[in-house]
Each structure stands twice: as C-alpha cells, then as structure tokens.
Ligand binder design. Sequence first.
Ligand code: NAI
Ligand code: BGC
Length: 266
Amino acid sequence: MNISLSKQVALVTGASSGLGYACAETLAAAGAWVAINYHSHAEPAEALAARIREQGGQAIALAGDVSSESDVKRLVEQTVEAFGALDILVANSGLQKDAAIADMSLEDWNTVISTNLTGQFLCAREALRQFRRQGPRPWLSRAHGKIIHMSSVHQRIPWAGHANYAASKGGIDLLMQTLAQELGSERIRINAIAPGAIATAINAENTQGEAAKRLLELIPYGRIGEPQDVANAVLWLASDLSDYVHGTTLFIDGGMSLYPEFRNNG
Ligand code: NAI
Ligand code: BGC
C-alpha cells in the first residue's frame, strides 16, 4: 500500500538537516507540497527544495527562527502564499546546550527552552490559526489539520547533564496532550514522536566509534536509528491511516525507553 498525501501542504521546521530533512523529503515523495524551514543553513534546504521540484513535486525553502513569534507567523504566511493552505505541521526544530546543572548558564537554559518548547507552542498556535481560517478540506484528509511535535525519549527518561533539554521535551509531552484535548472536537489531530538515538548532527559525537558501542548497550533492538525510521512514522501520523490516533506519543527508539539496564539485573 502506498501512502498518498497528494496536494496536502506540509510545513517542516528545522528541515535543513537530520530528522527534519528526512521528513520533508518523505512527505514530498508521498505527494505533499512542502515548506522546508531552515534556521542557519540555507543551502541544504534550498537544494532539497530544488530537487523535489525537479522530480515534479512542489517545495520551497523558508528561513526562520521558531523561537521568534514574528518569524513563525511569517513562516505560516509564506507557506500559505505559496501553496494556498496548510494541512500538516511537523514541529521538528530542536537543539542541545549540555552542561551539568551547576554550570548551566541561564542563557543556555533559555535558548533550549525557547527553541524546543516555546518554538513548539508558537508553531502549533500559528498552524491552528491557519487551520481555522481555511476550514476543513475533506477532499484531502479527514482531519482538519494535523500537528506532529518532535519530542524525544527524554520526555520520559531523565538525562543527567541535559536538564534544559529534558525539561523542554517533558514540556512538549503535556503541551501536546493538552492541545489534543482542547482541539480534538475541531478534528485537529495532534500527536508527538519520541525518537531514541538517531544518527544526526545533534548526537554525532555519541553515534560513532567507541561511543557508539556504549550507546548500543542502551538500545535493545541493537542498532542506532536512521532519520528514515522517524520520517516513516511522521508519514503515517500525517496520513489518514492514523486518523483515529490523537494525543499519542509514538516512541521510535529501538526499545531505548524499556529500561535496558534491567535486562540482566534488578
Ligand atoms: P539536527 O541538529 O540535525 O536538526 C535540528 C534542526 O533544528 C537543525 O536543522 C537546526 O537548524 C534546527 N533549529 C535549531 N534551532 C532552530 C531555531 N531556533 N529555529 C528553527 N530551526 C532551528 O538534529 P536532529 O536530530 O535532526 O533533531 C531534530 C529534532 O529531533 C530535535 O527536536 C531533536 O531534539 C529531536 N530528537 C533527535 C534525536 C536524535 O537522536 N537525533 C532523538 C530525539 C529527539
Ligand atoms: C538527543 C540525542 C540522543 C537521544 C537518545 C535525543 O533526544 O537529542 O542526542 O542521542 O535523545 O539519548
């Protein structure tokens, strides 16, 4: 079975690299018209958009900082200007600024919370406003808009040395559930994905060499994830195949959240 998102409009944030890039590419391959947001690296986003267009799809690259209210408003406006509507938001942008708590600067705390949590709020709010403005599009999807938040296993697993990051992802969990409770009656469908260790720029130091061996001990399924593992789940959550899935976090983690330290102990 092929999953088609033909003519549905998707905005993917933080899509010049890693998971966002794979999501944008995968949604476009399923026929979605894709707005590819980038923050600091225009080139990969522009190149991906050009490649999608060459292959007969529709895509644009849009600069913007998800922690800026005006940028997020503009991102949604530009998406709608280009493609006429918005059906799918993949709120993916995120970053780490790691430090032991005694050494964590307020600036690093604020940067992570602003991008990873406030950014999710701003993107979801602007998407919701657009879903309401445009009304239902039943010829494309049963839902009147879909939001997919990119969380992490660290919404559940505490992570020493990463208090700002874990707090931001824990926040996404209740943000997502609350929005799902609040907006479900409007048929706006809201879910999250909690990836485990997926090899991207964010964890490059931990997914190679000796560090990768240590990391694998935390993954019962025995391999480090690939961006496509997450993009496949995003595709499903964006499609009507998951139309009755609402307010859920899908863990895509090879079992990392199963307390693997207890395999031979406890
Ligand atoms: P990445 O570093 O390749 O991608 C993060 C993206 O977010 C980058 O493209 C970056 O430019 C963008 N970004 C950062 N600040 C931004 C801002 N203010 N405005 C707009 N975009 C901004 O890393 P990855 O792994 O692709 O991360 C994507 C998301 O997945 C993040 O939310 C991360 O927390 C989450 N995640 C990643 C996991 C992994 O193992 N790779 C596991 C669990 C969650
Ligand atoms: C982090 C990665 C880490 C993974 C598993 C993600 O949320 O961004 O750096 O490898 O969780 O711990």
